[in-house]
Write a protein that binds this ligand. Sequence first.
Ligand SMILES: *Cc1c(COP(=O)(O)O)cnc(C)c1O
Length: 405
Amino acid sequence: MSESTTGAWGARYSDALMNTFGPPKTTLVRGSGARVVDADGKEYVDLLGGIAVNTLGHAHPALVRAVADQAAALVHVSNFFATPPQVRLAELLLQLLGTDGRVFFANSGTEANEAAFKLTRRTGRTRVVVAEGGFHGRTMGALALTSKEAYRSPFEPLPGDVVFVPYGDAEALAAAVDTSVAAVLLEPVQGEAGVVVPPADYLVRAQQVAHDAGALLWLDEVQTGIGRTGTWFAHQNPAIVDGTVVPDIVTLAKGLAGGVPIGACIATGGSGKLFDPGNHGTTFGGNPLAAAAALAVLDTIENDGLLAHSVALGERLRGVLGADPRVTAVRGTGLMVGIDISVAVAPDVVVAGQDAGFILNATGPDRLRFVPPLVLTERDVDDLAAAWAGILDAAYAAAADGADA
Ligand SMILES: *Cc1c(COP(=O)(O)O)cnc(C)c1O
């Protein structure tokens, strides 16, 4: 095996990296737009987008330029100092949210949620009400807010006073929220659960329930934010929310800087002043490199009309996926799409997709999620259209062979 093949890299990976992610599916070396190329030179249409991260796709010139220019000026200075990109980014995020408030920058989604979790403690209350099926990250605090037993149980005891309620059920939420509750935490659309969209009145009712009890409404938009559903934030999307929601806390990460690590915990109104100096901190968070990358992402979404583009491409993608009768449900808006298939062969669909030149993602045995770059093109989707039935044929056949063996 030559030194530079995907197989050779995969073997070296397994000998050098912790086995937290299982074996890598291949080894990628470069990309452009929504396409990536592996170490064997094979090209793929990337319908995973680094898990809803590569907003501008790969090697977007605006992001490349912003990162290069900022690196040539200042990469990092510590939070003893302000930098213009960090200040501009905080101002711009508040402007896009349409409220006053304050921003804390971190380096990931789990850290953004960790900051928000600590912020809720500053209300003087400790209880947080969270939805079953939600995903909020892997650090101990964020994990305490995440319902999945398989993620939690090896690491218990986790921080307590977290109550889980069924997602999308406003009555169940109302029954769980009283004046002991510091915050209600929800994803506007559940991502890791496979793109689960709640009833259109859910977030409005959740806001009412939280505020009636004097609790904060905290929306985890780590996956849904920054144009993913076709609006800047999912809670502003009329296809998801019937009415007006003004969250007290919004957490962001994934798509915000197009792949450069960043997280943000935004608290609106008076909630933005709950932390005092010394209450929280970070070495890297909000450094000028990450902030400049995020500014380039936000500017490009605006200047290139990527919100409208992603709505149109999302519609096209859902049409392609749903055209096959083996697809039993199609969910989502914009370029956050989930499907169910008739047989529990989603992992086989991922394998067959990769063989055919598409990077896909299974979130459950019969569930797939599509969160591609917002720069996805019609040609990318048309290529999937031409291959989709064959991918499902191969997956269903492989699963049947496996069952026979
Ligand atoms: C991915 C995700 C997180 C965790 O983000 P990391 O950057 O992986 O720590 C938190 N919340 C939601 C909704 C996510 O999708």
